[in-house]
Design a binder for this molecule. Sequence first.
Ligand code: 2AM
Ligand code: CA
Length: 261
Amino acid sequence: MRLNSPQINIISKACMKASRSLIRDFGEIENLQVSSKGPGDFVTSADKRTEKIIIDELQKAHPEYGIISEETGYINKSNTKNRWIIDPIDGTMNFLNSIPQFAISIGYEEEGEIKCGVIFNPIMNEMFCAEKGNGAYLNNSRIRVSNKKNIKESLIVTGGPRGESKIKDKIFSEYINVSKNVSNVRKFGSAALDLAYVACGRFDGYWQRELSYWDIAAGVIILKEAGGFVEFFEDDNSNPLKRNILATNSNIHEELKELLK
Ligand code: 2AM
Ligand code: CA
């Protein structure tokens, strides 16, 4: 791999370290699924355990960097120059149900711009990573978005709505409209991996409302470096951590955007 910034090395090391306990935890879930208590509490602690390993590792390298992480929130909030953006388990619902479609996602931001990121699915042993200006990789191979030009032939991925969403009807009607005009739509349950899959051409486009910044920070740079196009739409200015995202191979971008109107 030709990625060589110190930050990408720090992130991939943290991912590898955290993934060892995450793989063990995933192995436990099957047993807990059939127990009367269920795996709920265990998953919450696995999430926290994974986050702690990642944060400890990142802080060892740079105690002064800012952090935004799903479970803990902000650390060193005043440092907005250098910041790690962490989602310890993206695709928690899949993890909870013993479905191996989840990932650790870590992005690194400098002066408000994402410079590099890693998305690691420890069960499939797939590490997606990218660094600004140096391309995107899946393990050791360079990746690129698909070359699909016709939206009617495109495979699109999306997610949501969550149970508590106040715009469920809107999200469902978008789902129907997109479904009628593309080859097919998937709901895979991990925003980070959805973006990574567009980056390597498995999907042609992705959209999702009501995400959090940590779900997509690493995915944005991976997709951009793979030749894709990312756009945030109808941003809620009162909450900078909330995002609606549209991300494609760039060829079908305008057409997919049109379908969401
Ligand atoms: P999670 O697994 O870390 O909770 C599922 O469609 C994907 O969207 C997952 O990446 C999930 O992250 C994320 N997601 C769905 N609804 C969300 C919400 N309301 N806020 C934040 N993330 C959400
Ligand atoms: Ca997430």
